[in-house]
Design a protein around this ligand. Structure first.
Ligand code: FAD
Ligand code: NAI
Length: 471
């Protein structure tokens, strides 16, 4: 029988919860993590490892290889005729995910984290109840409770997800066949990443979006370039359209939509529909009322430095405001536990990068041009296209550019926006620069290895002062 008195009990075993548990263990706190698993499963890792970041990246990688073998390889003088083995592609995805979730079990043991499997519920100040799958209840006592219960897909009236023909992201990660026609509702990150996967594997893909642009929140110039790139790959966009309903039969879905601005309704016939219009915080059955916490109108738990309105109850990750990203949850986990341990927990919310793992990739950190204009902040921009980057040219990956935005007076880097090859790996350079409040000149005068795509980051920084040398 495990102990039941803890310094910290964490509810949720995703990137917020498991990182909080590990950090608490490292700091010598007596810690337990309660997790109910995803969709009846029993593995740790939450949305990210089980049905989010990791399986989607596994399919993005595999489908990108398939697309390269189907086209780009021939340019390089490699003649192959690839044949898709979808069940093997799904199997390798499941194996990688399985290994990663086991890794967290190992880290829990290493850091002396007690794990409780079941649904956690706050049962008053300092109390958590765990209800196991067989109904057994375990009562835990804790000085501090951290809620890290994450988020679930948002529904849409008239579009009932059955995970057969009308799926959410979880269903779209495991379709049994390549759809003839996949209709995606929502031109956000999930829609475009998973739409790309199935497009590369041969599906016709149509994306229906409510707004008149894709990827709201992304710098508008990047979003336009990104949409052009995806359109070239064969993804069709219907922007400014409101979906009014979807009817699934055994083998197909009929979807109706109409212009947001008004006009005639239209119908699309699809083999599968992916609903990806955002996610909402997951707080059902959490017992928040027992400590007087009322989520806001959209269901988020409101916090101040990860503290909720109830003494000794903290919240982090997707269940709180801010970008719903694994690394944001991880940052908050560390800061929250350090605050609980009496240290100075800190998150720099201005330096949380975003990445879309399509091809080309899109990555950004800091302010967009639109945000700077709205703030009335004077800025200078430097831009560098990958067509002028020698490594990108040699590799035939010249689509995209890097844009650096810096304060007009101080030259401090305020935002960086990249679309192109491997930008997911390169945006970290600017995160470090921005954490140190670097000027664009600091990057422009830092030696970068040649030939690498990272030289584009330097050349764009040079552009802020108008001395880009290679374009
Ligand atoms: P979650 O990961 O959702 O974990 C919450 C955990 O709490 C779950 O295990 C759940 O079962 C458990 N739980 C809930 N209620 C209870 C309860 N009452 N008792 C016990 N346990 C409970 N982010 C990125 O940064 N990069 C990506 O590439 C990326 N790709 C994504 C792809 C997809 C398809 C999706 C859906 C999401 C993706 N995300 C990505 C977002 C990322 O998965 C989330 O931001 C991240 O998982 C949030 O972490 P969390 O710990 O707050 O919550
Ligand atoms: P999203 O917020 O990224 O995009 C949703 C899109 O749906 C928006 O463009 C929105 O305007 C549109 N929309 C909303 N209501 C609509 C309607 N009724 N009809 C048509 N369109 C509508 O949400 P998404 O793609 O579901 O992803 C959820 C979250 O998961 C993301 O915000 C992100 O935080 C996280 N995620 C992160 C990834 C990454 O970091 N690479 C990958 C996948 C998900």
């Amino acid at each position: 029988m495990a102990e039941t008195n803890y310094d910290v009990v964490i509810i949720g075993g995703g990137p917020g919860g498991y990182n909080a548990a590990i950090r608490a263990g490292q700091l010598g706190l007596k810690v337990a993590c309660v997790d109910k698993g995803i969709d009846g499963g029993s593995t740790l890792g939450g949305t990210c490892l089980n049905v989010g970041c990791m399986p989607s990246k596994a399919l993005l990688h595999a489908s990108e290889m398939f697309a390269a073998a189907s086209g780009e390889f021939a340019t390089l003088g490699i003649e192959v005729t690839p044949k898709l083995n979808l069940s093997q592609m799904m199997k390798q995805k499941a194996e990688s995910v399985g290994a990663l979730t086991k890794g967290i079990e190992f880290l829990f043991k290493k850091n002396k984290v007690d794990r409780f499997q079941g649904a956690g519920r706050v049962a008053g100040a300092g109390k958590v109840e765990v209800v196991a799958a067989d109904g057994a209840v375990t009562a835990l006592a804790a000085k501090d409770i951290v809620i890290a219960t994450g988020s679930v897909p948002t529904g849409l009236p008239g579009v009932a997800v059955d995970q057969q023909r009308i799926v959410d992201s979880t269903g779209a990660l495991s379709l049994p066949e390549v759809p003839g026609h996949l209709v995606v509702i929502g031109a956000g990150i999930i829609g475009l990443e998973l739409g790309s996967v199935w497009r590369r594997l041969g599906a016709k893909v149509t994306v229906v979006e409510f707004l008149d642009r894709i990827t709201p929140g992304m710098d508008a110039e990047m979003a336009k370039t990104f949409q052009r790139a995806l359109t070239k790959q064969g993804i069709a966009f219907k922007l400014g359209m409101k979906v009014t309903g979807a009817t699934a039969s055994k083998k197909a879905v009929s979807l109706t939509y109409e212009p947001v601005a008004g006009g005639a309704a239209e119908t699309l016939e699809a083999d599968y529909v992916l609903l990806a219009i955002g996610r909402r915080p997951w707080t059902e059955g959490l017992g928040l009322e027992s400590v007087g916490i009322t989520p806001d109108k959209r269901g988020f738990i409101e916090t101040d430095h990860w503290k909720t309105s109830a003494p000794g109850v903290w919240a982090i990750g997707d269940v709180t405001h801010g970008p719903m990203l694994a690394h944001k949850a991880e940052e908050e986990a560390v800061a929250c536990i350090e605050a609980i341990a009496g240290k100075a927990g800190h998150v720099n919310y201005g330096v949380i990068p975003s990445v879309i793992y399509t091809s080309p990739e899109v990555a950004w950190v800091g302010k967009t041009e639109e945000e700077l204009k709205a703030e009335g902040r004077a800025y200078k921009a430097g831009k560098f296209p990958f067509t002028a980057n020698s490594r990108a040219k040699i590799n035939h990956e010249t689509e995209g550019f890097v844009k650096v935005l810096a304060d007009a007076a101080t030259d401090e880097v305020l935002g960086v926006h990249m679309i192109g090859p491997s930008v997911s790996e390169m945006v970290g350079e600017y995160c470090v620069a921005m954490e140190f409040r670097a000027a664009s000149e600091d990057v422009a005068r830092t030696c970068h290895p040649h030939p690498t795509r990272s030289e584009a980051l330097r050349q764009a920084a040079m552009g802020v002062e108008g001395w880009t040398m290679q374009a």
